[in-house]
Design a protein around this ligand. Structure first.
Ligand code: HEM
Length: 416
């Protein structure tokens, strides 16, 4: 999950364009990443954003203390209404764990990790398996399914609801709100997108306040109850911090995983030999999803602000980044860097170093839900491909017109 104000105004004849507005780029950014990585690995856009695409640079930046994740607080102000608006929003609302730097981040992360334990995640497995099987039963009767609406979205949505033990009464509204909120993370956001996102948060919050207050009176063994009682050296999450975290979980927890299941399934259908290998080899269950995350991960980039002078590249590729400048860490490009991954554009399940991918970022903000997301996608995809002998695309899938969180919108499958 990331947010950034990357509005560009680049000349159309720039051969190395990093242009998130270009529909060709958005449809398939990987060839652009290759050119950037090779010819201009630290590419400075006309608004002064440095786009980094090499694995080592991205990994080093994400793990470094010389950068801040709190872009709206620390980036040098620009005369740009969208930039201004993002800064106002940041100052108005509670900060989420994702937008804080240590030591504030360390404090929150310690508290939420207390409830977000591997055993609490593993406890969800049986429910996920049951849900996936019920979806597949229904699809088997029809001999077809639309993967995103029937499987890729409902599974992570249910998981977040189970995790927090939330009522299931407002799924459609919550889905719509969460899509409006994530739209504001896009580099192409407009003032209207930001307004719509704020309205969605304003609608989601009162609902969550009610749920949190009810849970406070009636604690259970769910993660929300765990968050309410989590304590470290006398410290607790404030109600505001808790609500901001729950909103983040909604957004981070299902808008991303839906795309892992969608993009992952599409990658397999385009590599039928790999699909067949996974179907027949249960030992791949433990590793296949890491290669899917590397090959076409849901989160394409995240942003950091330099807090000290930083240098990338050598010779005529050398770029100096000054404090207050933003750096776009392109996770999708790092994951296709041939200096780390042999034949990076080839899908190879069980690739020995697939788990070095940066699809969940790295460093202090490394995805808190990584093991949960891996489990959800493994259960959903492995059960789908083992349940049916033949899984085929019925038509070309469509992609959501998004880049930060990139993924399949609709994918119709025939199943036999
Ligand atoms: C395939 C699915 C997912 C992907 C690709 C993904 C990706 C990411 C990335 C790249 C970050 C770091 C962003 C940055 O450093 O700027 C992140 C952070 C985070 N993710 Fe995920 N995520 C996924 C699923 C989940 C799930 C299922 C949950 C929770 C249930 C979750 C919760 C979080 C949280 C809370 C953070 C913030 C951690 C922090 O700032 O310390 N994510 N995720």
């Amino acid at each position: 999950m990331t947010d950034s104000a990357l509005v560009t105004d680049q000349p159309a004849d720039d051969p190395l364009l990093y242009n998130p507005f270009d529909p060709v780029f958005r449809a398939d950014p990987y060839p652009f990443y290759d050119r950037l990585r090779q010819d201009s690995p630290a590419y400075v856009t006309p608004i002064g954003l440095t786009v980094i695409t090499r694995y080592d640079d991205v990994s080093r930046t994400l793990r470094s203390n010389d950068f801040s994740r709190d872009v709206d607080a620390n980036a040098t102000p620009r005369e740009d209404p969208i930039f201004e608006r993002r800064r106002e929003r940041r100052n108005g609302g509670a900060k989420t764990i994702l937008n804080l730097d240590p030591p504030d981040h360390t404090r929150l992360r310690r508290l939420v990790s207390k409830a977000f334990t591997p055993s609490a995640m593993e406890a969800l497995r049986t429910g996920i398996e049951r849900q996936v099987d019920a979806v597949l039963d229904a699809a088997a009767e029809r001999g077809s399914m639309e993967l995103v609406d029937e499987l890729a979205f409902p599974v992570p949505f249910q998981v977040i609801s189970d995790l927090l033990a939330l009522p299931q009464d407002r799924t459609d509204e919550i889905r719509e709100w969460s899509q409006l909120i994530t739209a504001s993370l896009e580099p192409t956001s407009t003032l209207e997108t930001l307004d719509a996102s704020d309205r969605a948060v304003a609608q989601l919050l009162p609902y969550l306040v009610e749920v949190v207050e009810a849970r406070r009176r009636n604690l259970g063994d769910d993660v929300l109850s765990g968050l309410l009682v989590a304590e470290e050296a006398g410290d607790r999450l404030s109600t505001e911090e808790l609500l901001a975290f729950v909103v983040l979980l909604y957004v981070a927890g299902h808008e991303t995983t839906v795309n892992l299941i969608g993009n992952g399934m599409l990658a397999l259908l385009r590599h039928p030999g790999e699909l067949e290998r996974w179907r027949n080899d249960p030992s791949l269950d433990a590793v296949a999803v890491d290669e899917l995350l590397r090959y076409d991960g849901p989160v394409q980039h995240t942003v950091r602000v330099a807090m000290t002078p930083v240098r990338y590249g050598e010779g005529d590729q050398r770029v100096e980044v000054s404090p207050g400048s933003s750096v776009l860490c392109v996770l999708g490009a790092a994951n296709h860097d041939p200096s780390v991954f042999d034949d990076p554009h080839v899908l190879r399940l069980g690739r020995p170093n697939a788990n070095r991918h940066l699809a969940f970022a790295a460093g202090v903000h490394y995805c808190l839900g990584a093991s949960l997301a891996r489990m959800e996608a493994t259960v959903a995809i492995s059960r789908l491909i083992r349940r049916f002998d033949t899984v085929q695309l019925l038509s070309e899938p469509t992609f959501r017109d998004r880049l930060t969180i990139r993924g399949v919108e609709q994918m119709h499958l025939s199943l036999r």
